[in-house]
Design a protein around this ligand. Structure first.
Ligand code: PNS
Length: 160
């Protein structure tokens, strides 16, 4: 069985993330969406458990996708879950340097796992969790940025 990991902070998950997850699910037998800590992003808006719960609501229609959280190295998680690929979305050239560094680091830590990049869909090129948080915070419409199933709880949390 070919297992892929879609890792990220997912604070919160967006339509851009879901597009990558959905497309990955068509290429692999099983996809694990893992919420991990990014030490460059000190304060998260949602707890890790809340982020996993939101992901679970969004992936309910994808039978070969599961969500999890892990407080450790992605390379170690991949090893213990027999994953052969880490799949990430690339939005623009500006993503590349950071993602390339992460991919090479993960390869050093776990030589058995390959990082694969999927290009973002054109309509999601601008989209990120921080865009969602900012637009939401200042009263903008986020309905095109996040799935309806988590739309209201994001607004409730960020505007409270
Ligand atoms: O959505 P993000 O914030 O770009 O995702 C980055 C993430 C969480 C995948 C990355 O920071 C990560 O893998 N964190 C876990 C710790 C780790 O393994 N870091 C990579 C080696 S420095």
């Amino acid at each position: 069985m070919k297992i892929a990991i879609c890792p990220g902070s997912f604070d919160p998950i967006t339509n851009g993330h879901l597009d990558i997850i959905s497309r990955t699910s068509k290429l692999f037998d099983k996809v694990i969406v893992v919420v991990l800590s990014n030490y460059a992003k000190a304060n998260s808006t949602f707890t890790a458990v809340e982020r996993v719960e939101m992901i679970n609501k969004c992936i309910s229609g994808m039978p070969n996708v599961v969500a999890d959280l892990y407080d450790g190295l992605l390379a170690d998680y991949a090893r213990t879950h027999n994953a052969t690929a880490i799949v990430k979305g690339l939005r623009a050239v500006s993503d590349f340097e950071y993602e390339f560094q992460q991919a090479l680091t993960n390869k050093q830590l776990n030589n058995e796992v390959e990082t694969i990049f999927i290009t973002s869909s054109a309509e999601n090129m601008f989209l990120s969790s921080s865009v969602v948080r900012q637009v939401c915070k200042f009263g903008g419409d986020i309905s095109r940025f996040v799935p309806p199933v988590i739309h209201d709880e994001i607004i409730k949390r960020i505007r409270s």
